[in-house]
Design a protein around this ligand. Sequence first.
Ligand code: FE2
Ligand code: FE2
Length: 342
Amino acid sequence: MRDCVTSAGTLGSVYGNDFGTPQEGDQRPRESGDPAAFTQLLADDCRIEPRDDMPEAYRKTLVRQIAQHAHSEIIGMQPEANWISRAPSLRRKAILMAKVQDEAGHGLYLYAAAETLGADRADLLDQLHSGRQKYSSIFNYPTLTWADVGAIGWLVDGAAIVNQVPLCRCSYGPYARAMVRVCKEESFHQRQGFEILHTLSHGTAAQKAMAQDAVNRYWWPSLMMFGPPDDDSPNSAQSMAWGIKRFSNDALRQRFVDMTVPQAEALGLTLPDPEIVWNDERGHYDFGEVDFTELFEVIKGNGPCNAQRMAHRREAHEDGAWVREAASAYAAKQAESGVGAA
Ligand SMILES: [Fe+2]
Ligand SMILES: [Fe+2]
């Protein structure tokens, strides 16, 4: 990264939840209405900030991507929340509650980042609830046993890390800064999942079998989290040119496989793909073909839990109406008394 955004400024902004403020060191004069300025900022590997002119297509792509990411975070609370009341110990319960709460926080950072692009949060949620905007297909799979909580942490949060670390260098400042904190928290999530599976796989034969079954069910859907193959991913080239995406879907999928195979060995569990083998020539693991028909079916709404997830989300939104009304009334009162302005 060039010195137009200092790393200290980047972190400071994230921890202050200050998504919209340009960072210290990013004070170069911006020429309003000059389309060349946007191209120059990208060429210099600088961040685009909310005050900068940007092509409408860039803004729209980011709103769609950030909203879809935010929706995934809050829908992703559901499969694991299913096990909070049945966690096997107080320690596991406390950790799982913190993890699910983190995901709610990720959703909030991301909706706030989308708002810096002029999007309206209520409108984005409407689009989710009416099915016009999507969320990650992985959250349409059920959590059948406690080991699934481990498999989700290890594989799903692990895949999320591989997807999201490059987003810390995304060209849009508020999104990139939100990702710094999100990735730190995802790292904790991944480790807690690994630890759950490690405990189970070193427990009784039945516990080990339960861990293996969870990994068998979550492995392929985790590989699908990187999206369709590069040949079938029409928007990727433009996103790469805009510095939103830094690596192709297939490159990230490969990175995830390379990272995960040795971890599976450490866990004493098997990944359900007999074609996984180290390829000395490529310097990577080879692996079997992902069934993308399944991915497209789940995206279309035909996954095992799509209807359940959406019904639960809509219900939670309706149940929370009084909180939003109370918060708006409080904000209006503060504005009236001038407290907000101060
Ligand atoms: Fe998250
Ligand atoms: Fe997570």
